[in-house]
Design a protein around this ligand. Structure first.
Ligand SMILES: [Zn+2]
Length: 111
């Protein structure tokens, strides 16, 4: 029961991310903003600062021709979901999903 409560509170405390469509990825990318790069109908990349704070940029390919490839969905409340999960193979090696504009850590969040 206590564990369940902690999980709910941890999720609630997670900052919400914004997202914006850009033609090119800017040099200075803002924290807590997910950049959807490309033409609006044909985005090819999602990029954002790694939510763990390691200052690396997470870049997710959206092109089906390349592997690995991610997809995203913006629901009717204007919140973004990204599929599948993001598992960083370099650097911090964190594993998380983006659901309803929030980061959900997989395997526990140790800060
Ligand atoms: Zn990181």
């Amino acid at each position: 029961m206590r564990y369940w409560c902690q999980k709910i509170i941890a999720r609630w405390l997670q900052p919400k991310y914004n997202f914006s469509y850009v033609v090119d990825l800017p040099n200075n990318i803002k924290n807590r903003n997910i950049y959807i790069v490309g033409e609006k109908e044909y985005p090819w990349l999602i990029a954002f600062n790694c939510p763990c704070g390691c200052k690396n940029i997470v870049q997710l390919n959206l092109l089906k021709e390349a592997d690995p490839c991610w997809t995203f969905k913006i629901n009717k409340n204007g919140k973004i979901n990204i599929f599948p999960s993001v598992w960083r193979t370099r650097g911090c090696k964190r594993h998380f999903v983006v659901r309803k504009s929030k980061i959900i850590w997989i395997g526990g969040y140790k800060g």
